[in-house]
Design a protein around this ligand. Structure first.
Ligand SMILES: [Zn+2]
Length: 456
């Protein structure tokens, strides 16, 4: 989307650059289609839980260090390839193209190239390392470890006709209800492919951080080029937005895995979870709130989802508005020439708007969401935030009306895909149509209030 905007914007001033953007945009479009197919497959699979059982494979392994070794290998591949790719790209821009004044376009080209190279490497290398090598595409492999107290799910994208996913679950080898609850939670992660959604997100984050570090390093240490502090601040804001978006995704994914465990295990799931936390962190744990901070940051502190079965019941009511408003104001600030006071104003403005729109749509969302009150409110805030971000992106494309309309359509499709992860097809359609109508009528109302006094 952004590349299409940049392509149109640069078409008059620089034909060559416009072509480059169009090419990069097409690349992203294909990756987008790729992921749309993945999502379709994962939804299809979810509705056929019985089929999934045939893909499960159990194996026993005594080595407790296995998951740690696997994670360490994946992280070192990420950092090693990421650093070298971004280093190569920035060296090319500075030493071969002899660009001395780094602009936002140089940054975007570096981010994009680093991202494409890293995602290609991840898809080609990760499915071939360590335990993933022995895992078939489409298989969820469960490895039982002796004296292992927690549960870990690892997953990677792979190029295969059979399935684009490979997943491994690590759990303890004891045969009791506590281990079964942990296993059910991890199965929730694996069947919904949470680690696989995380893979491109983390690569995306790294592809923004690494080129920025290279450029700042080149400029300051080697005096090879200049990068304005303003551009650095904007990029840091984008990095922060991606970080908090990933964190919120992880918290929702953990809550979805908890809700999945509740559906499999039933009412005893919550007590089993508290016992599992006690085994991992000590006898003084009475409720999930007593767990260490790291656990609470990623898993939420209440873990209500495993008690209620509602995946959005453990998320705090301020989380969606704050995170989505931060992203919205970061996107809105990109075309501006200063940040100063505008950024906090934009943030507060979008926060208030998303809160209000979420509250107004609540009665309709509640009617279809039919879970806990907290869950309905969060779901309403989530939808409000997505509409707000879509309209801010679409606004950047103005006055190209075709682009504005296509961007809005993409926003609606995105809202529908996210809704579909929580509701069935009929209710998703109803919720998206109803909340969209509310959002549009509020916008029309605001425009009328703004226009009428001038017209009269
Ligand atoms: Zn989990």
């Amino acid at each position: 989307m952004l590349n299409a905007i940049f392509s149109t914007l640069t078409f008059k001033t620089n034909r060559y650059l416009s072509g480059v953007f169009l090419l990069i945009g097409t690349g992203f479009l294909f990756i987008g289609i790729f992921f749309a197919i993945f999502m379709a497959i994962s939804f299809f699979k979810k509705s056929q839980n019985q089929l999934l059982k045939s893909d499960l494979k159990l194996s026993y392994n005594k080595n407790v260090n296995n998951p740690l070794i696997l994670q360490a290998k994946i992280s070192s591949i990420y950092s090693l390839t990421g650093t070298s790719y971004s280093g190569l790209v920035s060296t090319y821009i500075v030493w071969i193209l002899h660009i001395t004044d780094i602009t936002s376009i140089d940054l975007i080209i570096s981010f994009t190239l680093t991202f494409l190279l890293e995602i290609m490497t991840a898809v080609l290398i990760l499915p071939r390392i360590d335990l993933f090598r022995e895992t078939r595409p489409g298989e969820i492999r469960i490895i039982k470890l002796h004296d292992f107290r927690g549960g870990i799910t690892a997953g990677v994208l792979t190029l295969s006709r059979h399935s684009p996913f490979k997943s491994i679950i690590f759990v303890g080898d004891e045969d009791d209800s506590i281990t079964r609850t942990i296993e059910a939670h991890e199965l929730g992660h694996a069947t919904e492919h949470h680690p696989i959604f995380l893979e491109p997100s983390i690569i995306f984050l790294l592809s923004i951080i690494e080129p920025l570090i290279w450029f700042v390093g080149f400029g300051n240490i080697m005096n090879r080029e200049v990068i304005s502090i303003f551009l650095v601040i904007k990029t840091v804001l984008i990095i922060l937005s991606v970080v908090i978006a990933i964190l919120l995704f992880v918290r929702v994914a953990e809550s979805r895995a908890d809700a999945f465990a509740y559906k499999v295990i039933g009412k005893s799931a919550y007590e089993n979870l508290v016992e599992a936390l006690r085994r991992a962190y000590g006898e003084n744990i009475k409720s999930p709130e007593d767990a260490p901070l790291v656990s609470k940051i990623f898993h939420t502190s209440s873990r209500n989802a495993i008690k209620t079965g509602d995946p959005l019941s453990s998320i705090g009511i301020w989380e969606f508005p704050v995170v989505l408003s931060f992203i919205a104001s970061t996107i809105a600030i990109i075309p501006f020439n200063s940040i100063g006071i505008i950024y906090p104003l934009l943030f507060v403005g979008t926060l208030v708007i998303s809160f209000l729109i979420g509250l107004v749509s609540l009665p309709i969302v509640r009617k279809y969401y039919r879970m806990t009150e907290r869950g309905s409110l969060n779901f309403s805030f989530l939808l409000a935030g997505i509409y707000m971000i879509s309209s801010i992106i679409a606004l950047d494309a103005y006055p190209n009306l075709y682009l504005v309309i296509s961007l809005l359509l993409i926003g609606i499709i995105l809202a529908f895909i996210i809704t579909r992860a929580f509701l069935d097809l009929r209710n998703s359609t109803k919720v998206v149509v109803a909340s969209l109508l509310i959002y549009l009528s509020i916008n029309i109302l605001i425009s009328l209030i703004k226009i009428l006094p001038h017209g009269g």
